[in-house]
Design a protein around this ligand. Sequence first.
Ligand code: A4P
Ligand code: MG
Length: 186
Amino acid sequence: MITQLVPVLLAFGANLGDRGETIVAAQDEIATAAGIEGFRASPLRETIALTPTGPDPDAPRYLNGVAAAQTTLSPHELLDLLQAVEHKYGRVRDRRWGDRTLDIDLILYGGRVIKDDRLTVPHPRAHERDFVLSPWLALDPNAVLLGHGRVEELLARIGDTTSALDETLPGETSPSENAGHLGERA
Ligand code: A4P
Ligand code: MG
């Protein structure tokens, strides 16, 4: 039987605990899971927390990254895997958009448009989030977001407030607590 491999894009975010270690461990777990091939992670970027009322510079900073892979899993099987990994790393769901040890979103599943009670794909807010677009552009300079166009242009339109792990965010005077502590993965 020929099984089809579908290209997917996953987004990772964490703003509590050892954010980098959590994301890297979760990525290793997904990379080696059954039905996942060719997993490639972007560098992680330091980002300002986006809350329902807007960016909050006083909330714990997020680390964000994306990863491209190919899968034989169906969209819901893939979501099951992502949610199982979130749970394993202590994700507790309390408030929507609240602080979290790990959030994994499915941004793209091939060229499919999905809208049901568990999944909306392409992710409905990816095009307006620098914390998704910036690491994605670093991973793939030619990336295109289905329904919205080139990632490079989308990011140029909204502006990029994210920074590399060893940079200082706008308004900060000292490097992040993670500077020099975590190697970037490309
Ligand atoms: N769900 C539907 N579509 C998807 C999808 N494409 N990928 C459903 C993943 N899940 C999807 O998600 C709630 C439900 O969404 C799931 O049960 C799933 O069936 P959740 O992860 O429990 O809740 P959430 O993440 O708090 O809500 P939501 O609306 O997914 O929020 P977002 O859009 O993920 O935003 N600021 C920075 N700097 N960096 C961040 O990463 N993340 C968020 C969360 C807010 N602010 C942030 C960041
Ligand atoms: Mg989520």
